[in-house]
Design a protein around this ligand. Structure first.
Ligand SMILES: *[C@@H]1O[C@H](CO)[C@@H](O)[C@H](O)[C@H]1NC(C)=O
Length: 458
């Protein structure tokens, strides 16, 4: 009795001391894959200079073990309740390891390209997908100020079937990540779903109250979530694509609790202070069914260039414009083919119209500040995220099929792509398409008009 009381007292004392941090494990050195990108200044992509960047995999994918041994602190979808009885214990007892990018996670880079493989069978475990951030140096994320600028990249997603998402997007996460592992180990992630599946939030473990997922052997949700504004430049597979701003207030990093987080991971999707839905431009969803896909106007069986313009100045974002370049031809985003909907770019007015026509139950994009808030989020500086994932919550049907699945598909906004409503179940996609992969390359960034030759009349 006495010793157990003493132990409790010591624990309480340590918990009250300033948050320590995860130690850096010594089993695997962290070496970030190098990846060049280009900063452009002149006109039409003619004057671009190479920037030597590097990428880092998010902390969630890494091996976490007790600091003085090999026992896992987290395994599969559960925490070790001895080492991680409380968040404070877990934060001081555990060490996070470096990553073997290629053999454990299926990640490789070329001079200016990044390839993410879907299923990778490693020596100790099978890895599913990944999420990486572009860095400026080994301990700082590259911060992008998007307004007034243009972001261009090439993508090959010919190998991405229904149910997968090869995403390239921006979030307002902190430049140095959090805690002792910092950005070097991929900490500090946040998004407009107020991510609760993160193991490390604001410099502390998220072990307390963790609920293992019922259908994902590698994930669960904790009591805490991390929210921030999110600009989804590219959520896509070979069937569908969406360009989607998600507002959030506050725009920068904030921690939420339990189902108050809202978003994908909470009982009430709309309980949080971020726009979990977004104002999306998906060509198929706005009625242009022959625009994007294999053999279509933008042919996803081949590599393409994707241009996104963030029009505005200061912290005011007025318009999001999209072009594609393929076979030397510039292809503008299409005009919607739904009665009452006009405009091939995203503006506040366009979002309001989409909401009116699609009649979504609520309009969280506006509730959390709409384009004005998105602009403020961008003005904080945003981190570039590239990921490949499958969807244990909605089978990616919101991107590539009819969704909600029980609503008449002829109702405006329900049909989003050619995939069947039974597609995208993670267990199926993982077993049928383990070799799926996406390659992002040739990233260019600079003022509007500096990264590609835009036709004079567009
Ligand atoms: C949990 O952590 C303790 C150390 O706190 C360790 O002794 C034990 O082996 C771990 N359990 C598992 C299942 O890894």
């Amino acid at each position: 009795m006495v010793s157990s009381f003493a132990l409790k007292a010591i624990t309480a004392f340590l918990a009250a001391s300033p948050a320590s941090a995860w130690l850096i494990g010594k089993e695997q050195t962290e070496t970030h894959p190098k990846m060049q990108w280009k900063r452009c200044t002149g006109k039409g992509g003619s004057s671009c200079t190479n920037v030597n960047g590097e990428v880092v995999i998010d902390a969630n994918w890494r091996w976490l073990h007790v600091k003085d041994g090999y026992a896992n602190c987290y395994d599969g979808n559960k925490w070790n309740t001895t080492a991680c009885a409380t968040n404070a214990d877990c934060t001081k007892n555990c060490a996070i390891e470096g990553a073997d990018y290629r053999s454990t996670y299926g990640i490789s880079t070329g001079t200016d390209s990044l390839t993410l493989k879907f299923v990778t069978k490693g020596q100790y475990s099978t890895n599913i997908g990944s999420r990486l951030y572009l860095m400026k140096d080994s301990s700082n994320y590259e911060m992008f100020k998007l307004i007034g600028n243009e972001f261009t990249f090439d993508v090959d997603l010919s190998q991405l079937p229904c149910g997968l998402n090869g995403a390239l997007y921006f979030v307002s996460m902190p430049q140095k990540g959090h805690g002792q592992p910092g950005a070097k180990y991929g900490t500090g992630y946040c998004d407009a779903q107020c991510a609760r599946d993160l193991k490390y939030i604001n410099g502390e473990a998220n072990a307390e109250g963790w609920q293992p997922s019922s259908n994902d052997p590698n994930a669960g949700i904790g009591k805490k979530g991390a929210c921030c504004a999110e600009m989804d430049v590219w959520e896509a597979n070979s069937v569908s694509t969406a360009l989607t701003p998600h507002s959030c207030q506050p725009e920068g990093y904030s921690v939420c609790e339990d189902d108050g987080c809202g978003g994908t991971y909470s009982l009430d999707r709309y309980a949080g202070s971020c726009d979990a839905n977004g104002c999306d431009f998906n060509p198929f969803r706005v009625g242009v069914k022959d625009f994007y896909g294999k053999g279509k106007t933008v042919d996803t069986s081949k590599k393409m260039t994707v241009v996104t313009q963030f029009i505005g100045s200061g912290n005011k974002l007025t318009e999001l414009k999209r072009f594609y370049v393929q076979n030397g031809k510039v292809i503008a985003n299409p005009e919607p083919q739904i009665e009452g909907m006009t405009g091939n770019s995203i503006t506040q007015e366009w979002c309001d119209r989409e909401q009116q026509i699609f009649q979504e139950e609520i309009y969280p994009f506006n509730k959390w500040g709409g384009m004005a808030s998105m602009g403020k989020g961008m003005d904080l500086g945003m981190v570039l995220v590239m990921s490949l994932w499958d969807d244990h919550y909605a089978n990616m049907l919101w991107l590539d099929s009819n969704y909600p699945t029980d609503v008449d598909a002829s109702k405006p906004g329900v049909a989003r792509g050619d995939c069947d409503i039974s597609s995208g179940v993670p267990a199926d996609v993982e077993s049928k398409s383990p070799n799926a992969q996406v390659t992002f390359s040739n990233i260019k960034f600079g003022p509007i008009g500096s990264t590609f030759a835009q036709p004079a009349n567009s």
